[in-house]
Design a protein around this ligand. Structure first.
Ligand code: SF4
Ligand code: SF4
Length: 324
């Protein structure tokens, strides 16, 4: 039997982009496959949960888990992987912070089921059935489904996490650097985010156009602004760019595509709540001498949660909207 270190890759509540990011390593993935045995990667090959249950505790060098936790099945398997792994990596924005699926914490299970299974115009569901954990067919429990939770949780709210690999999806450089650090035994202290600590603004190609004092009179949504490619700092144009509240390391991917940063790499080390940090930054940029004018400027922004918490609502101090 091979004596290469064993690793697992698992997918919870996410879009699958993180899995593709591993494949996007191109030929570098051959180095990874050469150095380790991937013993569990359900999205790529037909592994079974039973394969993991048979492993000894700690037999896996590392598990890379992407996606937040929304289902009881996901909770069960990440707890199993935690037992079997020496190291657990939260891989990608959804595992690190809840991610885009975490915006569903603005509603709850009932709200989602009502919209998806009862209200959507194209539905054909005359009995208004919604998924149940147990469904009786022929008088027996014939069909079991995992429980769908009211909220999406970042991975570290369910199991202890050793390291965080941020990004939606993590860039090939971020992934390669993480794998190199693991294989060369050069990981930083546990709990670290494996990406630079500086903010994105520090490395942004538009940073030189950022004036010393930005004054925002009204906010503009990117799709209503016809000069996205003018090279100007987005914030200066009144477009919310999460650069000041986001750690660097992504290669400034959105900025280079003439789009503002949405914050997928999460907050820098010294920031607990990315949205609050951004709100505080924006408050100091609003141009007005009259306090009562401030709400009028904020009203030019149709939505605050989307831009400020696109990736991090479940890991924020808010966690979710209070429904009842
Ligand atoms: S706010 Fe955005 S566009 Fe402006 S310097 Fe920072 S990252 Fe670049
Ligand atoms: S620019 Fe911002 S949103 Fe885009 S990849 Fe980088 S950190 Fe993520």
């Amino acid at each position: 039997m091979s004596d290469k270190p064993k690793i697992a890759i698992y997918w919870c509540s996410s879009c699958g982009g993180c899995e593709e990011a591993v494949v996007d390593l191109n030929e570098a993935i051959l180095d990874v496959v050469d150095a380790v045995d991937i013993v569990f990667w359900p999205v790529a090959m037909d592994f079974k949960y039973e394969d993991v249950r048979k492993l000894k505790d700690g037999e896996l060098l590392a598990s890379f888990i992407n996606g937040g936790i929304r289902l009881s099945e996901q909770e069960e398997i990440v707890k199993l992987l935690r037992e079997k792994s020496q190291l657990v990596f939260a891989f990608g924005s959804c595992a690190v912070m809840g991610g885009v699926p975490g915006l569903a914490n603005m509603t709850d299970r009932e709200g989602i089921f009502t919209r998806v299974y009862k209200e959507i115009e194209s539905n054909d569901n005359p009995e208004n059935r919604v998924p149940e954990t147990e469904t009786k067919l022929d008088g027996k429990y014939d069909l079991e489904l995992p429980e769908f939770y009211d909220s999406v949780y970042p991975l570290d709210q369910i199991i202890p996490v050793d390291y965080y690999i941020p990004g939606c999806a993590p860039s090939p450089e971020t992934i390669t650097d993480a794998f190199t650090a693991i294989l060369e035994g050069k990981l930083p202290e546990k709990g670290s985010v494996l990406s630079p600590t500086k903010s994105l603004c520090d490395t942004c190609p538009r940073k030189d156009s950022k004036p010393d004092k930005i004054e925002i009179e009204r906010f503009v949504e990117p799709h209503r602004y016809d000069k996205l490619d003018d090279g100007r700092c987005f914030l200066e144009a009144g477009i919310i760019c999460m650069g000041p509240a986001t750690r660097g390391g992504c290669g400034e991917r959105c900025i280079n595509a003439n789009m503002p940063c949405r914050g997928c790499y999460g907050p820098p080390n010294n920031v607990k709540d990315q949205g609050v940090r951004m709100m505080s930054a924006l408050s100091s940029l609003i141009k007005t001498d009259e306090e009562k004018e401030i709400p009028k400027v904020i009203e030019t922004l149709p939505d605050l949660i989307g831009p400020l918490y696109m990736y991090g609502l479940p890991s924020s101090i808010l966690f979710r909207k209070k429904i009842k």
